[in-house]
Design a protein around this ligand. Structure first.
Ligand SMILES: [Zn+2]
Length: 265
C-alpha cells in the first residue's frame, strides 16, 4: 500500500462584504456579496503531522477588517494537533493570512520557496500594491527562523515525505507553492492561493492580487496536471469547501472538513 495521508481543512476565519473586484480581475466593484474563507490545512499519516500555512492573528484581523473565528493553533487543537509539537510547517507563501502565527509553531521546520524569500525581502516590496498582502513583522520572524536554521528551502518541485510534495506555482506571489498529497482517493492538490476560488481556475478569471498574470494562468494548468482529477484540486479560500466536503466529525461541522474523502457533489 502506497503511503497515504488524511487531510483536513481548518476554516479559521472569513471576510464577508467583499467586492467582486477584490476577488476577480474585472469584477463588479459595486457587488459586495463576495465571501472569502481562510484555511490552514493538516496532513496526517505515516506517524507524522504536516501543517500547511499559519493563518493570521487577532491583531491583523482587526487591522484588515477580517473575522477570525479562532487562531489556527486553536483550530488544530480540535484535531488533537499541538502546534508547539509540529515538526514541519509548509509556508505556501508569506502573505499575512498564511504566515501570521509562525511563533505558535516554535519547533517546526518552515518549508519555503527560495523565490518567496527573495520576493518578500526584495525590490518588489518597494511597491505598495505588491507589498500590501505582506506584513513586515511576519517576514522578520521568518528571517529569524532562517538564522536559527529552522527553514527548509525549496527551489524546485520536491518530495518532502513519501507521498507528499511541494510544487512551485507562481503568479499570485513569486514563490507560491502548492502541496500534492497522496490519499486513499488518490493525489489531491492543495492549491493555496494559486486559485483562491474554484471559479478562478475553472473559469479562468484571475484573482486581482498578483505578481505575474501569465505565470498565474500557467500555474492553474499545473494544478490540474498534478491532481488525479479536477475534483482533486482544493482552492485556497473558497467557502464552498465546507459545503462540498464532509466535516471531520459531527462536532466540527462548518469548522473542519475532511479532504481525503470524495466531495459530496
Ligand atoms: Zn491567501
Amino acid at each position: 500500500m502506497a503511503d497515504t495521508y488524511e487531510v483536513f481543512a481548518v476554516n479559521y476565519g472569513t471576510h464577508t462584504g467583499r467586492r467582486m473586484s477584490e476577488s476577480f480581475l474585472g469584477g463588479d466593484p459595486h457587488d459586495t456579496s463576495g465571501k472569502l474563507s481562510y484555511y490552514v490545512w493538516a496532513i496526517v499519516g505515516q506517524g507524522r503531522t504536516f501543517v500547511v500555512d499559519a493563518g493570521f492573528t487577532h491583531e491583523s484581523a482587526e487591522r484588515r477588517n477580517r473575522k477570525l473565528q479562532y487562531l489556527p493553533r486553536e483550530g488544530l487543537a480540535k484535531l488533537n494537533i499541538d502546534a508547539t509539537k509540529v515538526q514541519d510547517l509548509i509556508v505556501t507563501h508569506m502573505h499575512f493570512d498564511h504566515a501570521g502565527t509562525l511563533d505558535d509553531f516554535p519547533n517546526a521546520r518552515l518549508h519555503i520557496h527560495d523565490d518567496e524569500m527573495d520576493y518578500c525581502t526584495g525590490r518588489c516590496m518597494g511597491h505598495e500594491p505588491l507589498r500590501m498582502a505582506y506584513d513586515v513583522e511576519d517576514v522578520a520572524k521568518m528571517i529569524r527562523r532562517i538564522y536559527k536554521e529552522q527553514a527548509a528551502f525549496h527551489d524546485r518541485d520536491e518530495e518532502i515525505a513519501p507521498g507528499l510534495s511541494v510544487h512551485h506555482v507562481p503568479g499570485h506571489a513569486k514563490g507560491l507553492m502548492a502541496v500534492r498529497v497522496n490519499t486513499k482517493r488518490g493525489h489531491i492538490v492543495l492549491a493555496s492561493d494559486a486559485s483562491h476560488f474554484y471559479a478562478n481556475m475553472e473559469e479562468k478569471r484571475p484573482f486581482p492580487i498578483l505578481h505575474n498574470l501569465g505565470e498565474m494562468m500557467e500555474s492553474w494548468k499545473k494544478l490540474y496536471r498534478l491532481a488525479d482529477s479536477p475534483k482533486h484540486v482544493i482552492p485556497g479560500h473558497d467557502p464552498l469547501i465546507m459545503a462540498r466536503y464532509p466535516a471531520a466529525d459531527a462536532k466540527l461541522e462548518g469548522m473542519i472538513a475532511r479532504l481525503d474523502v470524495a466531495p459530496k457533489g
